[in-house]
Design a protein around this ligand. Sequence first.
Ligand code: SAM
Ligand code: SF4
Length: 357
Amino acid sequence: MGQSQCTAFPLPQDHPRFTYAVMTAPLIDPFARAITYLRVSVTDRCDFRCVYCMSENMTFLPKKELLTLEELDRMCSTFVRLGVEKLRITGGEPLVRRDIMTFFRSMTRHLDSGALKELTLTTNGSQLERFADQLFDAGVRRVNISLDTLDDQKFADITRWGRLPQVIRGIDAAQKAGLRIKINAVALKGFNEAELPRITEWCAERDMDLTWIEVMPMGDIGNEDRLDQYWSLKDVRAEYENHYTVTDLAERSGGPARYVRLEETGQKIGFITPLTHNFCESCNRVRLTCTGELYMCLGQEDMADLRAPLRAHPTSEVPLEEAIRAAIEHKPKGHDFDYSRQTVDGRMSRHMSHTGG
Ligand code: SAM
Ligand code: SF4
């Protein structure tokens, strides 16, 4: 019929500018949320085995399943062309992926062009001593480092394979390189409750931001019991009130974090409370796994396979762009996590390391 029109683009489909208009239009989901933030898991592997994230004996994906570094570049560059302004690299542990610096360096061109506003990563810090300078040179300015305790033995217990001094050296190197650091601590009942003031003051001394994360029901983690681990951030906040004067801040980052200020130290503390607050209405993000699955929501199983169109068309990004747009059309309104009535409903079979935290 030739003259049929797409409602978003009032040009006939045979008009020479139709394809261009479709391909350069920003990604807007059915709830009018612009998708500007992509999290990319570059590997499912990790050099730690945190008890809330992985079981001790994990089976990892065969290599051929993973997107190559070139494919990751094509994926991310396509998202950037479609309006993604913030790219967060995660995993697994992103810095254990072989040659990952090649990928970071390849993303620098999007920072240089101004299309990408921020290139960042979430890491356990174990490899930062080696990579901090190179990350800074690639244009990374901020890093999230996950750290749940400052006690050597507890650190070894919670990460199973990690060693705290190595991570501290990584943090030192990152600060020396000029990277701004945010510490992410998972709030774990009976584990780091008593350490709250110490961790907070340690972050203040080093001028690092701090965010507490509620433990989420992701994946089979062996013998650990989620409800045993769950320390509500409402209670974490109450614990802060026992030690400090706490003021709520209106500031939102477009993500699930809410912030308070501690008047005594001037510090801003974040709370990521996916279970006790619904943050979905302002969600601007999607997640790409290391195998090229696009998850529109961390808390839903719905995903789109982007690897198939990518591999089937090595010289054209048009099918990939169409697949991305079709996927965004299915971004759900919100997630279904629910710990109410002491049962873990809305439980996810995926591990966090698969989707990328
Ligand atoms: N390996 C890197 C790290 O640990 O920072 C990046 C990947 S890790 C999956 C990303 C974040 O997810 C970490 O801050 C980790 O603490 C968090 N995480 C993992 N499993 C979680 C769970 N079940 N609930 C809440 N946060 C979790
Ligand atoms: Fe590895 Fe990060 Fe998961 Fe810990 S939280 S096991 S460091 S991926």
